[in-house]
Ligand binder design. Structure first.
Ligand code: NAD
Length: 275
């Protein structure tokens, strides 16, 4: 589990007060950063993630709740299980009154060349990074329609737009998620519901730290040299994207000024996909 970001100042506009956000995979990394910013903007939040010890997740929930004075609950749905995903949306409705903002963020990674890619890793990545988004959208749309308002924010990746070697399942899932985003945007276009995707480049979360460690070991270089090398290969800004920046994008997409933005694919990648 990643550390609680907590850097954001307590001076945020409560523009999303009264809204309920469900953020999948929010016990760590980007999801936790987005949950933090949405709670800071006044949302009540359902956190979710795979944790070894549920008390850790409950602790994050109560820290967030204390910090922003909003209601924060944890639901342990496994994103590989459509029934648990549906239960998570019902839980949001029962506990907090709705599921107005859905952030599909849970994701995993595995790298190997296609012919060596373990079949079970392919299934898990497609299941967690793509199919879970279909299941959560399918469960959440009727709940959004009951309150006549909704925002779906899919956390895709630069790998939804371009490929890298050794990431067959991840690249396929993220390209698929961008396709799903566009279809849902069209199907909800005449309602007060939007569906957009955010495509981060490298963000320094546990998911990427594992790739930095693997590179450091492979090339017998230090962890920090490996981090610099990772950036230099792909991200022209040579800086990591911050979780707070992605949180701010989610708050914008959930707000009134983004009411007519739908089907948009927004990058935050330091120029990666401009090349
Ligand atoms: P992370 O490993 O820090 O967090 C992943 C989260 O997903 C955790 O909360 C974990 O518990 C949860 N999760 C994993 N499997 C799950 C399952 N079966 N059911 C429920 N929850 C599950 O990773 P991150 O870097 O914060 O990644 C978050 C999202 O951002 C992913 O979709 C990832 O593909 C995407 N992304 C990350 C980067 C990056 O550089 N870190 C770049 C582009 C896109």
């Amino acid at each position: 589990m990643g550390k609680f970001p907590g850097k954001q100042k307590k001076r945020m506009s409560k523009s999303l007060k009264g809204k309920v956000a469900v953020v999948t995979g929010s016990t760590s990394g980007i999801g936790l950063g987005i949950a933090d910013m949405l709670a800071g903007s006044g949302c009540d939040v359902v956190l979710n993630g795979l944790v070894k010890d549920p008390s850790e997740a409950e602790q994050i929930a109560s820290e967030l709740s204390r910090k922003w004075r909003t209601k924060v609950r944890f639901h342990p749905a496994n994103m590989l299980d459509p029934q648990e995903i549906s239960d998570m949306i019902s839980f949001a409705k029962q506990e907090l009154g709705g599921a107005d903002i859905l952030v599909n963020n849970a994701g995993i990674q595995h790298t190997d060349p296609v012919e060596a890619f373990p079949k079970e890793k392919w299934d898990a990545i497609i299941g967690i990074n793509l199919s879970s988004c279909f299941h959560s959208i399918q469960a959440a749309l009727p709940v959004m329609r009951e309150r006549g308002w909704g925002r779906i924010i899919n956390i895709a990746s630069t790998h939804g737009l371009v490929a890298s070697r050794n990431k067959a399942a991840y690249v396929a899932a993220k390209h698929g998620l961008i396709g799903l985003t566009k279809v849902v945007a069209l199907e909800t276009a005449e309602e007060n519901i939007t569906c957009n995707a955010i495509c981060p480049g490298w963000v320094r979360t546990p998911l990427v730290e594992a790739q930095i460690s693997a590179l450091a070991e492979r090339e017998s270089i230090s962890h920090e040299d490996a981090a610099r090398k990772l950036l230099a290969e792909k991200q022209p800004s040579l800086r990591f994207t911050e979780v707070e920046d992605l949180g701010a994008m989610a708050v914008f997409l959930a707000g009134d000024n983004a009411a007519n933005m739908t089907g948009a694919i927004l990058t935050a990648d330091g120029g990666w996909t401009a090349q």
